[in-house]
Structure formats: C-alpha cells, structure tokens
Design a binder for this molecule. Sequence first.
Ligand SMILES: Cc1ncc(COP(=O)(O)O)c(C=O)c1O
Length: 396
Amino acid sequence: MPKISNKGSNMPESPIRKLVPYAEEAQKQGKNIYYLNIGQPDIKTPQVALDAIKHQNLETIAYSRSEGSESYRMKIADYYKRNAINVNHKDILVTTGGSEALLFAFGSIMDEGDEIIIPEPFYANYNGFSNASGVNVVPVISKIEDNFALPPIEEFEKLITPKTKAILICNPGNPTGYLYSKEEIKKLAAIVKKHDLFLIADEVYREFVYDGEEHYSILQEPGLEDYAIVIDSVSKRYSMCGARIGYLVSKNEAVIKTALKFAQARLSPPTLAQIASEAALDTPQSYFDDVKDEYVKRRNTLISGLEKIEGVKVAKPNGAFYCIAELPVKNSDDFAKWLLESFDYNNDTVMVAPAAGFYSTSGVGLNQIRIAYVLNEASLKMAVKILEEALKVYKD
Ligand SMILES: Cc1ncc(COP(=O)(O)O)c(C=O)c1O
C-alpha cells in the first residue's frame, strides 16, 4: 500500500475534538452532556450579519479577490482605527478564518526546520500548523502558579538560536485567558527588534477583556511596524465561527505581498461570508457590552465554583472565555474519557478538553483540563457540580 507522509503521521489530533466519539456514544446511551470542551459560543450572531445573508440578492456566488473584497478591507481598517490601531486596507488580507491566517503567516516567514518560540500552554492547533509548515515549536513554559504571566524575558533569550524566526503569542490567551500587559508587549517588542524576529500576535479574542483592563495590540507599539503580524477573526467576536472569515494584518509590505501569493493559490476567501462579516462591522456597541457582561458572569460563576472543589487549582482569566484547571488526578485524558464513558450524575455528564495537547513539552499539563465557559450560568453551575461529584468517586 502507498505510504502516508511523515508530516501526515505526525499531525497531532485536536485535544478539543478527539473525544467526540466518546461523547457520541454517551449521547446514544441517553446521557445529557455539558460541552465545555470547545470554544463554540452559544451567543447569537448579530442581527445585522444574519440580515445581510437573508437579504443578499447575488445571482452568481463568484470568487472574490484573493486578498478579500476591497469594501470589506476598508471597513476592517475603520474598525481598527476605532480601536486605536492605525492600519490601512492594504495592510489587511482576508482569510478563511484565523486558522488560514496562521498558516499563511507561518508559510510567509518560515522554512522547514525553522523555529518559533511560543509561551505554553498555547492554542493546540499551533502544534498542527507548525507541523504542517515543517516548523519546530520551541516552548517557553508559563505556569498556573504565576497565573500564566509571560515568563521572564531572559527565558526567551536563552531559547533563541540562528533558526529562530518568530515569537508567537495569543492575547488574550486561549487556553489560559491571560491578558498581556503593555509592559510585557514592550519587552517582547525589544527582544524581537534586538534579534530581528517576527512577533505574531493572535488577537482573535481582543474584545473579550474583563475587569476594566485594556487590550494593547502589538500594532499599537511604535517602531514594531516591520516585525508585527496580527491574526484576527470574526469567529468569536461576532459569534460567527461557521462563517470562516479571518484576517492577517501587517504593516510589513513584504509579509502581505508574500501572504497574498498563498492567498492566490487558494483563490478566494468565502464570498457570502464576507458579505455577512462586512455587515457585522455595523454591530452596535450594546451587543458587545451585553456579551462581555454575560462572559464576566459566566467566568465568575465557573471560577468560584471550581475554587470550592477540594484539590482543584485554577488561574483567574482576564480575557477570552477559557480557563485551565488543575485537578487532583494523574491523567486528565483518562479522566475526561471516563467522564463520558463511565460516569453520570443524574444522567448528566461533562465534556472537557485534556490540557496536555495545549503543551508541546511532553509530560506537562497531564493533570490539567481546559474549560470553555461558553454555556449559560445555570449550565455552568451544573457542570461544576458534576465535576465535583465525579472527582469524589474517580480512581486514577
Ligand atoms: C486562539 C485562536 N486562534 C485562532 C483560532 C481559529 O479560529 P478561526 O479559524 O475560526 O478564525 C481559534 C479558534 O478557536 C483560537 O482559539
């Protein structure tokens, strides 16, 4: 039989989706599952975006321009300006989700065997994108004890080799909910300039920032124009995960020019979804205020519930809608499977994402899980109760 590539064999499974067959089986058995494993918000998509799809009268759903429609890119630039980020539509390339923006960024700045430094735990698919691009992830560990703050800058410097091409951060972070301070961004800016590296910031959760804190984008940092690449997406901002629209933003012309060649090879981002995403830019501020209030309530309910469970440690997130919880178990992979296969509390159970897949260092995070607080408060309370009851009877 012809052989599968090493790249294909080495492609990691998504820790978020790999337990789906167990969940399907549990559902077949009639169990009710609280899904805390995936960042699929239950929030309604803004009405303006839904209306734009309903009322469009295209006769042909044609390709769009490879870089995305000009009217959409102009409106995205206005959105950034409203957020104190001074970019032009020429600095923006529309992609098929933030996922494709990450792939284009990796492809544009790194070759096989190059290295990228990423604070871990990190969004699990960075492992997959790195593998697909032949790039080696060099992790720098951030710890639950420090609330997942950026490790000291010397830790980054120790890891830089002639093969290092970039540092990648997620701000605010999935899976940690960590929000980088302006000072931390300034430290990273100094290091990438000193060592001539790119700084990629995945800012898809920019709007989800709590407790009166402010998000500081790498595109706001003076002097970083040639180094900064931002990954962005409509998926979470407007609860439009299925639209598959994102963008890559950089003031570095060569980066955009190169990414455009990748974009031309895949022809076009989705046309209909760009229409909906362009309309979404007219979403009233009240929508975001309501969504933010809702997430703050959910976060508080979840964190205070988890803190009360004996043996559970959790870092309080300042942004996004995830948290990492450390459990009194040896292997959270086994625990997560057991929750679906062998446990129920009044016929209910929960699905969580084992956190080891959010680390590239093997053996780290084995007793941690990632929880997405994308369910309403009542469901979250119930989910925490189920976890508490499960931990009482679980045997490693
Ligand atoms: C940190 C982060 N970056 C990028 C993505 C990719 O999102 P999309 O491709 O839907 O824009 C996600 C999705 O969950 C994410 O959490």
